[in-house]
Design a protein. Structure first.
Length: 194
């Protein structure tokens, strides 16, 4: 969710494996009451794989906000001491996830197609500012119907366009995301304690 360069050259450097650049629309679905259970299953799988090295496991993204339409893919935030430690990725891969993005200080793993409910597993250090940003964003959307409606409207607007990479869709929501986080900070909202 943090602003970052997202041109194709950058994505070619950080995405592991070939990128599918076939233009496609993002499909948003109505809220699924099964999303919390899907998160809980991923949390258990991650905690089993990483044990006490998983300092925090949180449900983030649109599927963590009741009433919000979303892509049917659960986003999971995991904090560890060192997200660049190859052992962390290898243990998550042994648990059935596949490394998708390798950025400085951040790893994103996904569920291979056909291997169960979709998920993005974002791994950061506990003190990475992105952790607080993700949690503040979630908490503000849960608490503020106006921010939730504004974010939903932007998602619906962008879902109608063709995207060669879903990361470009995510980046296009950046101005609304930044304003929601700013409103959370202005309201004195704090991310939940680990």
């Amino acid at each position: 969710m943090a602003p970052r360069p997202l041109d194709d050259e950058y994505l070619d450097r950080v995405v592991v494996g070939p990128r599918d650049t076939t233009p496609k629309r993002v499909v948003l679905v109505d809220p699924d009451p099964d999303w919390p259970r899907q998160f809980a299953a991923h949390e258990a799988r991650i905690r089993t794989a990483l044990g006490s090295d998983a300092l925090r496991v949180e449900h983030i993204g649109s599927t963590s906000v009741p009433g919000l339409r979303a892509k049917p893919r659960v986003d999971v935030l995991v904090t560890v001491d060192d997200p660049e430690d190859p052992d962390v990725v290898s243990r998550l891969e042994a648990a059935g996830y596949r490394l998708h993005i390798r950025e400085p200080g951040h790893r994103c793993l996904v569920v291979p197609e056909g291997s169960g409910p979709d998920a993005n597993v974002h791994v950061w250090a506990a003190d990475d500012p992105e952790v607080d940003r993700c949690l503040l964003f979630r908490e503000q959307l849960r608490a503020d119907p106006a921010d939730r409606a504004r974010y939903q409207a932007r998602k619906e607007e962008l879902a109608g366009e063709l995207w060669t990479d879903v990361n470009h869709y995510a980046a296009a929501k950046g101005d609304v995301i930044e304003s929601v986080i700013a409103r959370a900070r202005t309201a004195g909202r704090q991310p939940p304690a680990p």
